[in-house]
Design a binder for this molecule. Structure first.
Ligand code: ADP
Ligand code: MG
Length: 249
């Protein structure tokens, strides 16, 4: 059984069937890519995994436990973390401060760590945040204001904010969207490092096929809310159903 098991998930928005009978099984410590044309339901599926949307029917199991009916922060505490389509960072804070926030939040899902405890553990927490920045090759930018970072670095920072929570499943929604080729390649390298050095499963939505084929162990092609085909990258390349899905784009 996979660390993530999605079975028979349906989601409607009024008259629109955004997801229709989606099944997905992602083994632990693998990279699973979800591709498909615009409006295929990729982000909707991700939203169903993190508690932002509740499927109309079906089940979503993470490590043998249902995520359905749980609040986003509870799902986050179960070990699922998500990198958003637009980086969600605190522009006014420094890079280091941004990474410190999830370190505190991890305590109990809210910012409720007691002041005396914060002081007592400050050194340890800062060291952890700095190590995280080193892991994503941003320690030299620790004191910079986050708003002044390049687009690629903002993404990298957001990834650090997720990874510092030590998730077991990291969900990425178009992590290289709008990036220049050099930043895209840096992101591929970083994700490869993350995959190689951590106990982590990645589920990635991505338009850039170069990224998908560089990283994915398996690929699901979603079209009009339904998985059309799921296979290893070599089999997806040039698959007639995949060509079909993108026709009319
Ligand atoms: P993708 O991420 O694959 O581009 P989405 O999951 O964002 O696709 O959207 C799938 C379909 O559901 C689209 O037709 C979109 O317009 C629709 N949709 C997504 N979110 C909502 C919503 N909150 N309300 C109504 N329709 C939505
Ligand atoms: Mg989307």
């Amino acid at each position: 059984m996979g660390i993530l098991e999605v079975k028979g998930v349906n989601k409607r928005f009024g008259g629109l069937q955004a997801l229709g009978d989606v099944n997905l099984s992602v083994p632990e410590n693998t990279v699973h890519a979800i591709i498909g044309p615009n409006g295929a339901g990729k982000s909707t599926l991700l939203n169903c995994l993190v508690g932002k949307l509740i499927p109309d029917t079906g089940s979503v199991m993470f490590d043998g436990q249902s995520v359905l009916g749980r609040k986003p922060h509870e799902i986050n505490q179960m070990g699922i973390s998500r990198v958003f389509q637009t980086p969600e960072i605190f522009g006014d804070l420094t890079v280091l401060e941004n990474v410190l926030i999830p370190c505190f939040a991890k305590r109990d899902g809210a910012f409720r760590m007691h002041a005396f405890e914060t002081v007592a553990r400050e050194g340890e927490i800062v060291a952890r945040a700095e190590q995280m920045l080193e892991d994503v090759h941003m320690l030299d930018k620790a004191g910079m204001q986050a708003a002044s970072l390049s687009r690629g670095d903002k993404r990298r920072l957001e990834m650090a904010m997720c990874l510092v929570q030590e998730p077991r499943l990291l969900l990425l929604d178009e992590p290289t969207a709008g990036m220049a080729r050099a930043d895209t390649n840096n992101t591929i390298d970083l994700l490869k490092e993350i995959k190689a050095t951590r106990n982590i499963t990645l589920a990635i939505i991505e338009h850039d096929m170069h990224v998908v084929f560089s990283l994915a162990d398996r690929i699901t092609v979603l079209a009009q809310g339904t998985p059309l085909v799921e296979d290893v990258p070599e089999k997806i390349k040039g698959h007639p159903k995949v060509q079909e899905a993108y026709l009319g784009q």
